[in-house]
Structure formats: structure tokens, C-alpha cells
Design a protein around this ligand. Sequence first.
Ligand SMILES: O=P(O)(O)OC[C@H]1O[C@](O)(CO)[C@@H](O)[C@@H]1O
Length: 544
Amino acid sequence: MAEKGFRISKTPVWKKLKAHAEEMKRPEYHLKQLIQEDGRMEGFSLKHVDFFYDFSRQRVTRKTMDLLFELAKVAKVHRKYRDKVDGCKVNVTENRAALHTAARSFSGQSICVDGVNVMDEIDAVRRQMKEFSEKVHDGTVCGSTGKKFRHIVVIGIGGSYLGTEFVANALFAYADKGMELHFLSNVDSHNFETIKTKIDPESTLCIVISKSFTTVETMANAQQMKAYMTSCGLDAVKHFVTVTSKGSPGDKGKESGIETFHMFDFIGGRFSVTSAVGGVPLSLYLGYDRFNQFLEGAREMDIHTKYAPSPENIPLVSALIGIWNNNFLGYQAQAVIPYASPLSKLAPHIQQLNMESNGKSVTINNYEIDQSSGVIIFGEPGTNAQHSFFQLAHQGHPFPIDFIGVITPQYPEGGCRPHGVSNHQELWANLISQATALAVGKDSEEKTRFFQGNRPSSTILLNDLSPVNVGRLLAYYEAQTVYKAFIWDINPFDQFGVELGKTIANDLRREIVARNTNPEHSFGHMDEITRFYLERLFAGRLPL
Ligand SMILES: O=P(O)(O)OC[C@H]1O[C@](O)(CO)[C@@H](O)[C@@H]1O
């Protein structure tokens, strides 16, 4: 993928960027000066169809951008990206391609991995999802007592859950199929017990989503749910479908009576919402056509990402700015603040997408990374966020922010204007003012009322929150994540960092099983701290 011995931090352009970052500390480069420049908005914003990206309030000049484009060139990002979408095995540690983009390709062109056109199986799964969702909606496929399905319980975790939850929330206004969607992700029994109080088992369809079909939490929840359905006198087989990889333990074939939708090893969990992972629940919840529109939006952003030259390439420009903020200006966190409640689950999804992909310690050639890769991502919708953690954003530790604004809300507003403005106009007044306040700051004799300013943000604007635009937004963040990894020269498609904790949990599970089967089993051989916690679990209370 990259030449052996290559390290982005050793390139001359990296050094030039370091020196430039020093220069950018000078007062004349404070954002309150930069945003006054003529043509700042036009020169530091990009538009692609319905997607507007404004980086005028980032701490960048034309020189910064030119250096960043040189960095992208040196890192050969365009070639790496084309290799990825063409099916090369860019996930080198697992010897896999990374083809989430194929899940929303409609070009009719083949995409081959190991000589096999993956589009054939992707198209087959699309047809299967369409047919299945239609049969559920018209009642041909129903529960074991003949009741139509009205509740969908999605059983899955991490990448087999977060993207679907984000999209389902974003498109709630379009969910007119009479379905209620519930997410059983956490192994915490509160999650399961709460869902039980909300569903009618006879009209409940469970979708077990797991690429590996070995994830402990998902397997435990699937078993709990199966036992519950059986205890309600239902034939559980009629209430379950699975989404899993070919040949996994969950891929039991037609004879099992459980319909299985395949996902593929060339699509990683956190990139999988446009595959059957999102497709099965979302086509039931929204209708297949709307799921398809969502795919269309993602596809259209993919084409832009593949072909737009660097200065016009929105995901690449934002990835470069992210790297500038992180590696050169020293910011270690990034907030995602949508001024649109339907996007309330965007931040948790982007959090996994970015942090699981780019939280790495070695390059693709196994060199230790000597600059940070990946930042802490968090977020909440505005204006709520303003009333929780924005104090820190304005006067405490600074962090760059992605603001997201939607021009037309999903529901038309009535005529009520509490302070002379509609609620949506009020929301926008806040969206605009926060970015300005962070950039400009405020002088004051009183130290407690002084605002340093010079705090960077970008603003993404969408015309509306249609399925197409939600698809564009998703694909934008996916491409940005991948471009960042390609610049850092890391593999964003593996996640070995999640393994160690799972291994230790396996050891502890064995100990718990031993005590469950033999009350005399001692934890005496374990370290003091672990022993304390296990004893408390069995004692059922804290020590007196
Ligand atoms: O789909 P699976 O195999 O159940 O995995 C669930 C999730 O667990 C992870 O491996 C992290 O623990 C994610 O990458 C993945 O999306």
C-alpha cells in the first residue's frame, strides 16, 4: 500500500507544516482577523450538490491549505482511495478488501475481489431485503400466531448497531410503516428488561446482527430474547432473522427456518450501515425505497470522494483540516454538534467510526506512530450542548467543532413565534452565534468574562434531512475517516485494540461459572482488586 520505510512525519512537508503552525500563533492569524478577510467565506467553503462545507472559521490560510494539499499528495491519498474502492486488499492485517462503497454502488460495473465480482452477491442481498420487507409489510411474513410484525428488536452491538440507530433516528419522520424499532445492544440486563416492557411478543421480529456471530453480548441477548419468546408460548424460529457473514455460526441455511441475510468480510462493522446490517432493519422501518434513497445519497458522495481533485474534495479537505488541528495545532478532541435533534445519534456513530478506525499505534508497515492518530470524538445536539459542555469550549480547554445545520426542518412549523422568531429560526440564531463567539472571543477587564476566541469550527449545511442527505452525511464522515488514515499511513479497517479486554472478560467468565456451579469455589488465587469486585458481585452488596 505504501512504500516500506515511509513515515509521513519524516517528510519535508510535515516539517514545513510544523513551522507554519508556529507562524499561525501570531496575533494577525487570530480567527477574529482571518474571518474579516475579503472573500473568506467563498475561499474557504465548498459545495457539492446538497452538501455545503464551510471551513472559514478554521485556523487556516491559503498557505496552510496549499501545504496540506502537498501533504495529501505526498501521502498518495487519491491512489490509496482508488485502490480501496477498486477492491484491493487494503486491510492488510486481515488480508481483506474494504468495500463498504460497493454496498451502495449501482453503476452496473463489476468490483472484483480474488477474481469474484462482489456486486453479484450484493445485488442478491438487496433483492432479498426488498422482498422480505415487502412481505413483512403486507403480512405475508408474520409471527407464529399470525399477527403482523409491529415491533423490531435489533440485537447487535458496536458496528452492528450504532450506524442503524443513527439513521433510524435521523429518519424517524419517514418511518410510516407502523413499525417500532428497539435496540438491544448492551448485555446489561436493564436493556433487555426495558425492551420487554415495550414490545408485544406476538408481533415482534428480532433481527440478530453480528458479522462474527460470536460476539458475547449479542449471543447472550439473542438467547435471552429467544427464551423470552418461547416462554410466551411462541415458536421463536418464526420471530428471528439473522444478518451475519457467510459461513459464520449464525449462517445456518434455509433448513433452520431462520432467514439469513449475508454481510461480507470486505465490509467492516463500523462501515456496514449501507449493507444488510442497516438494510434489513431500515427497510422494515422506513420501507425499502427509502433505504435505497439513503444508499443513493451515500453513493453520490462516494463518487465525489473518488473523483474530486484535492482542493474541491470535501471529505479530503475536512480530513486534512482534522490532521492540521490534531497534529499541528495540538487539539486532541473533536466535537460533532448537529443543530438538528434527528441527528442526535450521529456523534456516537462517528465516535466509533473514527476512534475504532484511527486509534492506532502503528503504521501500515508496522512502524510505531510518532504523532497522534485519532482524536476523542464526542457530541450532542445544539442547543442542548450549549447548556452542558460549551462553557469548556468557550473558556476552558479548546476543541474544534463540526457544527451541522439543516435549512428546512422535517416538520413544517406553525405560526407561533415566541420571541418574534420560530423555534427553527431560534435554533439557527444559536448555530450561527456559537461559531462566531468561539472564533472571535471577547475582551474584558474582568478575567472571568474574558473570551480568548481563536477556537476553530467547521459548519456543514444540508438543505434538509431527507434519506438522500443522510446518506451523503454518512458517506462524508466515512470518507473523511479513511482519508485521515491514508494520510497517517495506518490501517483503519482492523480493530485489534478491542481484543485484550475481551480476553480478560473470558477468563473472569470462567471464574464466575466456577462459582455458579460450586459455591465453594474460591477467588483466592486472583489478584486483590479483581477478587474484591468478584466477591461483591456474589455478596450482592458493598462490605459493611
Ligand atoms: O458484528 P459483530 O461480529 O458482532 O461485532 C460487533 C462489533 O464488535 C467490534 O468487533 C468491537 O468490539 C466491532 O468492530 C464490531 O462492529
